[in-house]
Ligand binder design. Structure first.
Ligand code: FES
Length: 156
C-alpha cells in the first residue's frame, strides 16, 4: 500500500468535506482499482466501518475491487450481438488470452475481458469495444487478429 497516496486523498477529503464516493473515486484514480488494504486504512483513519466503503463499491459498477488490465475489452452480450454470435467470439478470446474460468483479467495484467448488455450499436453486431474503440461485425477470427495487433503493440 502506498500510504503517501492515501494521505494526499485524506487531506483533500478533510479540506473539501468529501463523501465516501469521492474518496473511492480518488483511490481508484490513484491506484487503478480499490485495494482492500486501502479501504481498511481509510476506515480506520475516518472511524467509518469498512463495510460502508465496501457497500458503496459493490453498489456502483464504476468501482473495481481487483486490478484491471492495461487493455479493456468489452464484449456486448445484448440480444442482437448474442444472436449474431457474441458467445463464440468471447470463448475464443478467453482461450487465446488464457483467462481462467471465473476470472476476467490475464495473469500478466495486460487484458481485461468484460461483458456488457447492449451498447446501442446493434446494427453492427456483434460488437466489441477495446480501449474505447468500437469494433463492429466481429467474428472469432477477426477478434483473434485484433488481439494479435494489441499484443504486438504491448508484448506480454
Ligand atoms: S445488442 Fe450488442 S450493440 Fe445492441
Amino acid at each position: 500500500m502506498n500510504e503517501k497516496k492515501c494521505e494526499t486523498i485524506l487531506n483533500k477529503y478533510n479540506e473539501e468535506k468529501g463523501s465516501i464516493i469521492s474518496i473511492l473515486q480518488d483511490v481508484q484514480e490513484s491506484f487503478g482499482y480499490i485495494p482492500e488494504d486501502v479501504v481498511f486504512w481509510f476506515a480506520e483513519k475516518l472511524n467509518i466501518p469498512a463495510s460502508n466503503f465496501f457497500g458503496v463499491t459493490t453498489f456502483y459498477a464504476q468501482f473495481y475491487l481487483k486490478p484491471r488490465g492495461k487493455h479493456i475489452i468489452t464484449a456486448c452480450c445484448g440480444t442482437a450481438c448474442h444472436v449474431k454470435g457474441a458467445e463464440p467470439i468471447i470463448n475464443r478470446m478467453r482461450a487465446e488470452l488464457g483467462i481462467a474460468e471465473g476470472e476476467d483479467t490475464t495473469t500478466d495484467g495486460q487484458f481485461t475481458l468484460e461483458k456488457l448488455a447492449c451498447i446501442g450499436a446493434c446494427s453492427i453486431a456483434p460488437v466489441l469495444i477495446v480501449n474505447k474503440k468500437v469494433y463492429g461485425g466481429m467474428s472469432p477470427n477477426k477478434a483473434s487478429r485484433m488481439l494479435k495487433e494489441y499484443e504486438k503493440s504491448s508484448p506480454r
